[in-house]
Design a protein around this ligand. Structure first.
Ligand SMILES: [Zn+2]
Length: 342
């Protein structure tokens, strides 16, 4: 099997965006804003939005299943207050749940959380519980910067995040560390903010003892880990100076990287530097980079080609990256697949 651990519902029917615009337009007077029930999207519309997009590309590329979460740049946790995020997260998660219900062989959900700047992360727990227990979601996306590029939240090692981690450990679900849109003009959302956040989250973990407190907590750092694999020597050296254990022991039982790196040399580096055990296949399709690479003639985000071509990987390594690691890091995914006889 080939499991893509990183896909977003970027192709939702236009009614969703229209609803969100109305919500934002009425932030000053939510009483006149839209209710969750005002959004009506039929199953046929959902089906069409998937079949012609993600599913078409999954079939063309030979991908079997995608862990599917709401569109990351649309989470926009900086907008409004907790109530704003709460209604929005609930709507977006429900749509992913419905997609997974329409295509149970090809999609399984991961939740966005109703985070809001300055609001305690524990307020997200009811939505997390609902998504795991009622929807069968297998992971969450956790935004380390709900401010959208101003980094006003404490680092991921801060105890204010612990209630989320306790719930994750209870449910044995991982979190993909994933920021949303940047509202800081210095940081382009997908070209800078995403990659900065991946690197920042890794360093927050490195300087802390978070995984001593939560030995089974698991983070997936997307986009190939930002700058982390490329600068692995720097991180090893910093850990040494900080008197931390070897990164292998300090972080690599808990942190995993995806393969959303959109060229062969990047994947070659990733697979040489980061252990196979810590590498999960993903494409983030249909996402930030949708074009065709003129150097190869294939889509930048057709990441399977790079894994297939990575010369240092054995067939066993590829099996781990495509399937084995995902089943281990997402035990609820493994259980759901087994329940389907897969
Ligand atoms: Zn993403």
């Amino acid at each position: 099997m080939i499991i893509d651990c990183h896909g977003h519902y970027t192709t939702a029917p236009a009614a969703l965006e229209i609803w969100r615009k109305r919500q934002i337009d009425s932030l000053d007077n939510p009483a006149i804003g839209p209710k969750a029930g005002d959004l009506r999207i039929s199953d046929d519309e959902l089906r069409e939005s998937i079949e012609h997009n993600q599913l078409r590309l999954m079939r063309a590329r030979g991908l079997d299943l995608t862990i599917f979460s709401p569109r990351a740049s649309f989470m926009a946790h900086h907008v409004g207050n907790f109530e704003t995020s709460s209604t929005w997260a609930s709507i977006c998660n429900e749509l992913c749940h419905r997609v997974a219900g329409l295509f149970p062989q090809q999609f399984i959900g991961a939740a966005m959380l109703p985070q809001s700047p300055g609001v305690a992360p524990e307020t997200c727990i009811p939505e997390l519980v609902r998504c795991v227990e009622d929807y069968g979601f297998v992971a969450i996306n956790l935004n380390p910067d709900p401010s959208g590029g101003h980094w006003t939240a404490p680092p991921l090692s801060d105890r204010s995040w612990y209630p989320i981690y306790e719930k994750m450990v209870d449910y044995d679900i991982p979190a993909m560390i994933h920021v949303s849109t940047s509202c800081n003009a210095c940081f382009h959302t997908t070209g800078a903010h995403y990659l900065n956040a991946d690197t920042t989250a890794f360093m927050q973990c490195l300087t802390s003892d978070l995984f001593k407190d939560f030995p089974t907590l698991r983070f997936v750092i997307p986009h190939g880990g930002g700058a982390v694999p490329y600068h692995w020597g720097r991180f090893r050296g910093l850990a040494q100076e900080l008197k931390k254990p070897l990164l292998q022991d300090h972080l690599l039982n808990n942190i995993f990287f995806d393969t959303c790196v959109y060229h062969q040399p990047g994947i070659d580096l990733l697979t040489r530097v980061i252990p196979v055990f810590n590498t999960l296949f993903a494409s983030e399709m249909i996402g930030a980079v949708r074009g065709v690479d003129p150097e190869t003639g294939f889509h930048f985000d057709d990441t399977r080609r790079y894994i297939d071509a990575a010369s240092t990987l054995t067939e066993q390594d590829r099996h781990q990256i495509y399937e084995g690691n995902a089943r281990r890091v997402y035990p609820r995914l493994d259980a759901a697949l087994k329940a389907q006889g897969r």
